[in-house]
Write a protein that binds this ligand. Structure first.
Ligand code: EPZ
Length: 420
């Protein structure tokens, strides 16, 4: 297994190019199941989760071709409709194939994703919505067995909770359904917005894009032609590097980024003392020399994203004063805390609220990544810790960060990938 050896440094300097968004790419790859043509996707990030989903589609019979700066996915040869445990267990977002496969073929079997490090993460809302659209859903031997022999029917769906992949799954199912589907309490994340925009541009009429109420006019199981498109920038990768600038008090410029997707993150960094220069596709952070403490509550977009909670917790260890960080989406998303405490962070946990008594002097040591965003929090802490930090189990990091160590080396960080 690989690990990252990192030296605490004084500051970074330069420019980082942001990759395409992992959480936009996954539903957009699943969306190719709705197409009759071979779909060309540009700006996919080079991360493990994308490879996993493309492998799943290939296992089902689709043809995936990797070109210089794009991937083409041809699902016209798709013949299998069972997503097996061996793949789904490595990436729960495989559940995103359920809606489109069921809508297109009238049957689909997907292994239950099971829980994951950050929480139980059920898919009850996905299944309940598909049942409302006429699917018969059975759970058998750890698999979801879904059938809808006459296709899915449009209906009014009201999500009890806002679910990002749940919304994406049902939008894709509704795209091929008979009639109109209204989804109330829909997720408004930019990744869901891009999925709706691409479908709108390619023959599936969707109203309310970007709002909590989506209305999808189904094509009555007619497949669509999807023109080439490019994935939006990864706002969580970008937010992570902004935190790198803030925690090391370095001026960094991010390129290929959309600041509009980072409103809550930039606002919190401003509260902590940073200022910004923003253009349509760049963000430059001008960090403060004194980091102010902050109060954060994670909620659905456009509020502060749960996927940035771990990174801000690491940053808060360098703030002068007490920060309070409340995690409202997942029941177990503080596993980075114990690793940060081992580096010298003064953090106390009370249920889903972390209290960080900064400013802490962090010392380098061996630490273990536990999940994707926890890994990036450990990298941020390692950048300012005294001495050397070795971050183990970085396969978690590789799921969602494209070339992280190269991007940080490019701005002066002392970080190298080694083999255990
Ligand atoms: C997406 O996960 C993201 N993943 C997650 O990013 C992100 O943390 C999460 O949304 C919240 O923003 C992808 O987009 C691939 P949810 P998702 O369904 O869709 C509960 C990362 O770091 N819920 O919005 O699985 C659920 O337990 C990853 O890139 C149900 O109860 O999250 C959670 O408490 C981590 N029943 C809340 O809703 C359901 O059927 C939000 O979950 C579905 C969800």
């Amino acid at each position: 297994m690989d690990y990252l050896k990192t030296q605490g440094i004084k500051s970074l300097h330069g420019t980082i190019k942001i990759s395409g968004a992992k959480n936009a790419s996954l539903p957009l790859i699943a969306m190719t199941i709705l197409a009759k043509n071979s779909v060309s996707i540009k700006n996919l990030p080079n991360v493990a989760d994308i490879k996993t989903l493309l492998k799943l589609l290939s296992n089902l019979g689709a043809k995936c071709e990797f070109l210089q700066d794009s991937v083409t996915v041809d699902t016209s040869t798709l013949s299998e409709t069972k997503a097996t445990y061996d793949i789904v267990k490595t990436m729960r977002a495989s559940i995103l194939v359920l809606g489109p496969i069921l809508a297109r073929f009238g049957h689909c079997e997907v292994s239950l994703p099971g829980g994951c490090a950050i929480g139980q993460r059920p898919i009850d809302l996905h299944l309940k919505a598909l049942e409302m659209m006429g699917a018969v859903i059975k759970i058998k031997a750890g698999y979801v067995q879904a059938t809808a022999p006459n296709g899915l029917k449009g209906c009014n769906i009201n999500f009890d909770k806002i679910t990002v992949t749940g919304t994406a799954n049902i939008v894709m199912a509704a795209a091929l359904a008979h009639g109109v589907t209204t989804i109330t309490n829909a997720a408004r994340e930019p990744e869901v917005v891009q999925l709706c925009e691409i479908l709108n541009e390619n023959g599936v009429h969707i109203d309310g894009v970007g709002t909590a109420v989506l209305t999808v006019q189904g094509t009555n199981q007619k497949l669509i032609n999807i023109k080439e498109f490019s994935v939006i920038p990864d706002r969580i990768e970008a937010g992570t590097y902004l935190c790198a600038g803030a925690i090391t008090k370095s001026e960094l410029t991010l390129e290929n980024v959309n600041a509009k997707h980072l409103g809550a993150v930039i606002a919190k960094l401003e509260e902590m003392g940073s200022t910004f220069t923003i253009t349509p596709d760049t963000i430059t952070i001008h960090p403060s020399q004194v980091i102010k403490p902050v109060k954060i509550i994670t909620q659905e977009y456009p509020a502060f994203p749960t996927d940035m909670q771990a990174q801000f917790l690491a940053l808060a260890t360098q703030a002068d004063g007490t920060s309070i960080i409340e995690e409202r989406l997942f029941e177990n998303r503080f596993m980075h805390v114990s690793e940060l405490q081992r580096m010298g962070a003064d953090i106390s946990l009370n249920g889903n609220v972390a209290t960080v008594n900064g400013k802490n002097k962090l010392s380098g040591t061996d630490v273990m990544a536990t999940d994707l965003r926890a890994s990036s929090a450990l990298v941020l802490a390692a950048l300012v810790a005294e001495g050397e930090t070795n971050i183990h189990r970085i396969y978690h990091l590789d799921r969602g960060y494209d070339s992280l160590e190269q991007k940080l080396q490019g701005v002066g960080a002392k970080i190298t990938r080694l083999k255990e």
